[in-house]
Design a binder for this molecule. Structure first.
Ligand code: AHG
Ligand code: MN
Ligand code: MN
Length: 342
């Protein structure tokens, strides 16, 4: 049999169409949103890759709703996503880490049956030092009456997601997404400008090699969290010590752990008592991906995707990655919390 490598190439567009055919009632709306996200990812990738040359490095002189100084690339990436997705007629509204409120679809464009939430550039403090950054997105079905999107469309639990994914602008640019039929990775071939299927059906190892946590907060963690980290590091219990890898970009830490096995922890601490990471456009989409790959994602006491949100930018503690490692977190945090409550 002739196996011409050119024909065995599966572009993301071809893969999206083949996945759509698994759903006989599919309208093509979700496929269209995923195409547009892939296009936006290529546009952001070209900006990120040029960051050192074009004048896109550094900070703007204003803060976002999180009270964080916006990097120029945060703002540019946000605009690229809004402009790539606002006119396709598939969305009823959007939400972004960089915008305080719901982003409506302009009146002169049609609306559609989905809502999109995203972190346009994750790990942006790393841009100026050329450390990988990413984009994270989450897609839910419109649930409000009428054609225009409302806040209730955005404030849905992670279990309501119909698709989720991320892009990592690392040594290569990869897009990983799920529509509930497994998690699949595509690597951008810059010579042809196409995302090509490189990691079909990603399965994350049940037990991880890597622990990703910012230990500088150890003094302001509670006792259960300190006990958990001692177990991960082999200082207590019977476990082999895990290798510590912490990039400071959630997408980069998550992606390495997804492929190689590991756990990312961002516990609550006295400075961020509800955690730092945002539920709707950081924790939920990555939780969908990791569960599709056989892993888990919890707040410490609850499955991330079961949390019912009440605020667009609400934060959550996050323990996400290899199943056995997240199971340990759940046991230690629950046991110690029960002990504390008794
Ligand atoms: P963002 O750049 O979108 O605000 O996200 C930054 C997040 C996440 O990417 C990373 O894991 C975390 O902030 C790092 O926080 P610390 O510096 O407190 O460890
Ligand atoms: Mn982020
Ligand atoms: Mn961000």
């Amino acid at each position: 049999m002739v196996t011409n490598s050119a024909t065995s190439v599966v572009t993301i567009e071809r893969f999206i169409i083949e996945q759509e055919r698994l759903h006989p009632h599919a309208t093509g709306d979700l496929s269209s949103v995923l195409y547009d996200l892939a296009l936006a990812a290529k546009m952001i990738a070209s900006k990120v890759r040029m960051a050192g040359i074009a004048d896109v490095l550094g900070e703007t002189d204003h803060e976002n709703v999180q009270g964080e100084v916006q990097q120029k690339l945060d703002v540019i990436s946000n605009e690229i996503l809004v402009k790539a997705l606002d006119h396709g007629g598939r969305l009823c509204c959007m939400a972004s880490e960089e915008e305080p409120d719901l982003i409506p679809i302009p009146d002169n464009f049609n609306t559609g049956p989905y809502a999109l939430l995203f972190d346009p550039l994750d790990g942006s403090s790393n841009i100026d030092v050329n450390v990988p950054v990413g984009t994270i997105f989450s897609i839910v079905r419109k649930v409000s009456p009428g054609s225009r999107g409302e806040m209730m469309d955005l404030l849905q639990p992670g279990l309501a997601q119909v698709a989720a994914g991320y892009v990592i602008y690392g040594s290569s640019t990869m897009m990983v997404y799920t529509t509930g039929q497994g998690a699949h990775g595509f690597t951008l071939d810059p010579s042809i400008g196409e995302f090509l299927l490189s990691h079909p059906n990603i399965r994350t190892p049940a037990h991880g090699k890597f622990l990703s946590v910012n230990h500088s907060y150890e003094a302001i963690w509670n006792e259960p969290v300190k006990a958990l980290m001692r177990q991960y590091r082999g200082l207590e219990g019977k476990r082999e010590p895990m290798n510590i890898r912490y990039v400071g970009s959630l997408v980069a830490d998550f992606h390495r752990n997804l492929l190689a096995g590991g756990v990312f922890c961002y516990p609550a601490n006295t400075r961020t008592p509800r955690g730092k990471l945002r539920l709707l456009y950081e924790a939920n989409p990555l939780a969908f991906i990791v569960e599709q790959a056989g892993g888990r994602a919890i707040t410490g006491s609850q499955r991330i995707m079961e949390v019912v949100p009440n605020d667009l930018h609400q934060r959550t503690p996050l323990y996400i990655g290899s199943r056995d490692d997240v199971d340990l977190a759940e046991r230690v945090l629950a046991k110690q919390a029960a002990g504390a409550a008794a």
